[in-house]
Design a protein around this ligand. Structure first.
Ligand SMILES: [Zn+2]
Length: 315
């Protein structure tokens, strides 16, 4: 048996997994990210963590190490160019790890790792053209095209969340206006919820959010399930934005399946079913050939580890 190691660097924690050839995580280790520390001390911790998950297995039995992290990652140079919630700029992550371990190291951004993981071992297992959209704090995207991860020039491709959905529309966190993310992220959903609450003082969302002391990405979905009409309109409009954004990208890439991950995917069928029903309105040649299925990503947090581990196989 040979193994791969996947490292998933998140904002608060780093998860390391030893992945076998059956795509199972057979050993795990986690440590705090320590975003405020210099990156080299974090690299030392990752090397120690890799030694810990490896256990008695020799380095010869390990095919490669893959590292996924949030932000701008250049897979060609191995540079972590910019990481939003980590204080790292232009960090030579690949070189630093390779020189300490003598193993080939691959780096990729977190959404790219997620689509690799889902294609290797999750909801899109065995497919060769797969698109993944994460609906979370931001909107991330990952693309497998003809069996390979598409990263574009400098690793900056497949930013599906920043395709323009509405010209000169709502401001996006990236500085552009009208991005898909500005309509489909959790904060966009919260904005849409608040706007509807302002227009509908009788909506059950008012009492519900006061009881919970917050308005969040679940408020509208929860109240819609309770039968509140204003909440149903928020959910329907939100899903329509997501359908239009995904439909447009289906027209460019025509994947075999579209996977939905991120926090909002926890709504399950309440999101996925209407999304599949609506997306055809935005898909080219829908009447003739239909639309690819939109599925919930299935690996959860393990997608990051398994996807990072398999970066070597799709690069
Ligand atoms: Zn944007």
């Amino acid at each position: 048996m040979r193994y791969r190691i996947g490292v998933d660097i998140g904002g608060t924690g780093i998860k390391i997994g030893l992945v076998d050839e059956n795509n199972q995580i057979v050993n795990r280790h986690s440590l705090p990210t320590g975003a405020e520390r210099p990156y080299l001390s974090v690299v030392e911790d990752i090397v120690k963590g890799i030694a810990a998950v490896k256990g008695d297995i020799s380095y010869k039995e390990i095919i490669s190490v893959g590292v996924g992290c949030p932000g701008f990652v250049n897979p060609e140079t191995g540079l972590l160019v910019h990481a939003g919630n980590l204080n790292w700029e232009n960090v030579p992550l690949k070189d630093a790890l390779e020189s300490r371990m003598g193993l080939p190291v691959y780096v990729g951004n977190d959404a790219n790792c997620a689509v690799v993981g889902e294609t290797v071992a999750g909801a899109a297992k065995g497919k060769r053209n797969v698109m993944l959209i994460t609906l979370g704090t931001g909107v991330g995207g990952g693309l497998i095209l003809n069996g390979k991860l598409f990263t574009g020039s400098m690793g900056m491709g497949a930013e599906l969340g920043h395709a323009i959905l509405v010209m000169d529309g709502e401001p996006c966190t990236c500085g552009i206006r009208g991005c898909f993310e500005a309509y489909a992220s959790v904060s966009a959903l919260i904005r849409q919820t608040k706007e509807m609450m302002e227009r509908c003082p009788d909506s059950a969302m008012h009492e519900f959010s006061q009881k919970n002391a917050r308005i969040d990405g679940r408020t509208a979905f929860d109240c819609a399930r309770m039968g509140d009409e204003a909440a149903k309109r928020v959910v329907e409009q939100y899903i329509r934005y997501v359908a239009a954004g995904i439909g447009s990208q289906i027209n460019v890439f025509r994947p075999e399946a579209v996977l939905i991950g991120g926090g909002i995917s926890a709504e399950g069928d309440h999101l996925i079913k209407p999304l599949n029903e609506m997306v055809g309105e935005y898909v080219f040649a829908f009447k003739q050939v239909g639309a690819p299925p939109i599925l919930k990503a299935s690996l959860g947090n393990d997608a990051g580890i398994i996807g990072a581990a398999y970066l070597d196989a799709v690069s």
